[in-house]
Design a protein around this ligand. Structure first.
Ligand SMILES: Nc1ncnc2c1ncn2[C@@H]1O[C@H](COP(=O)(O)OP(=O)(O)OP(=O)(O)O)[C@@H](O)[C@H]1O
Length: 337
């Protein structure tokens, strides 16, 4: 659905050049929710805005639904853009218009008749759960409700792609969850392709199928969300994941330990098996769990345990061999020997 090839965006001023996006290529399949994560200044907004030509790429290709956008002009570009909806961190609603008028405006702009527009606005209000708010003004709505209006407006002309620019960053955690659930729902019901940018790994964990990690204008790591969570390669990706899964233990917890400290990662169905309890039945070792967590990523469990093992050296070694064989993922974090 979306093919980005060798995309470069350079901002030029009299004094200097700033590279916003540096040779990014990526591919988003139809119906996918694709997250782009990075810290401030990484180039996420620049990349997202190049997808609907709110920013003109300096070079490279942006193909959406088989059409290379940068090659279009005038009416062709306007039509192609109708296939791409966008929502924003600060909603961008017109404060002097009611909820109804904010949404109807997008339909009028696309040339829809008053009757067609009315039917569609009511449908959309139902979809986003705001049927009772159509006569209200934005100032009378909560942040979550404003974003629901933003979503309805973005969907007005039946786009194939929805771009989300930090859509939940201005919302509290429970409102964030409800907006993410709405996006998930829309993705499933309408088969809509969604590209979202965020600086929160929680958002990626919650709804994305794939994720790209950006740093200094480049995509440094990309893949399926479960694969990235269970096997991150780049330090920055590990940093983001650590904010949820806590891969690293504080140094003071590691110091003065007598045994081997091991980190075990359980993937998928193995996370539900009783590997740890079997370990203590099979081998004469004692285990002191220092940290343990199971997260569900796309409904598949991913568990992390950090444990101190003590006992005879040979038993500890055998226990470690046993877990490694069972989980294929064990790392000795700290060893006093
Ligand atoms: N209009 C502009 N003119 C000049 N430089 C810009 C412009 N927009 C972005 N930049 C620069 O491009 C780089 C990438 O910025 P961008 O806003 O895309 O990053 P970001 O990851 O979205 O950050 P944030 O989360 O803070 O929005 C930064 O160095 C930024 O200063």
């Amino acid at each position: 659905m979306i093919e980005v090839r060798n995309l470069v965006k350079v901002y030029r001023s009299k004094k200097k050049e700033i590279v916003g996006v540096n040779n990014v290529s990526l591919s988003v399949k139809a119906g996918e929710i694709y997250g782009i994560i990075g810290y401030s200044g990484a180039g996420k907004s620049s990349l997202l805005r190049c997808l609907n030509l709110l920013e003109k790429p300096t070079s490279g290709e942006v193909e959406i639904d088989g059409v290379n956008l940068p090659s279009l002009k005038g009416e062709d570009l306007r039509k192609a853009r109708l296939k791409i909806g966008m929502i924003f961190q600060h909603f961008h609603l017109v404060s002097s218009k009611t909820v109804y008028e904010n949404i109807a405006f997008a339909l009028k702009a696309a040339g829809k008749s008053k009757d067609e527009a009315e039917k569609r606005v009511l449908e959309l209000l139902d979809l986003v759960g705001l049927a009772d708010k159509k006569e209200q003004y934005p100032a009378q709505l909560s942040g979550g409700q404003k974003q629901r209006v933003g979503i309805a407006r973005a969907l007005a002309n039946n786009p194939k792609v929805l771009l989300c620019d930090e859509a939940t960053s201005a919302l509290d955690p429970s409102t964030t969850k409800s907006i993410l659930n709405l996006l998930k729902d829309i993705n499933r019901k309408l088969g809509l392709t969604i590209v979202l940018i965020t600086h929160e790994m929680e958002v990626v964990k919650e709804i994305c199928h794939k994720v790209a990690v950006m740093q200094n204008g480049e995509v440094i790591e990309e893949g399926g969300v479960y694969d990235i969570f269970s096997n991150p390669q780049e330090p920055l990706t590990k940093d983001f994941i650590n904010s949820i899964l806590q891969f690293e233990l504080p140094q003071q917890l590691i110091q003065n330990r007598k045994g081997k400290i091991i980190r075990i990662q359980f993937k998928g169905e193995i996370a539900e098996e009783s590997v740890v309890s079997e370990l203590f039945q099979k081998y004469k070792v004692k285990g002191n769990i220092l940290h343990g967590k199971i997260e569900y990523i796309q409904e598949i469990p991913l568990g992390i345990f950090i444990m101190e093992l003590t006992g005879e050296d040979s038993e500890v070694e055998r226990a470690i061999e046993y877990i490694t064989e069972k989980t294929r993922s064990l790392e000795v974090v700290h060893d006093v020997a």
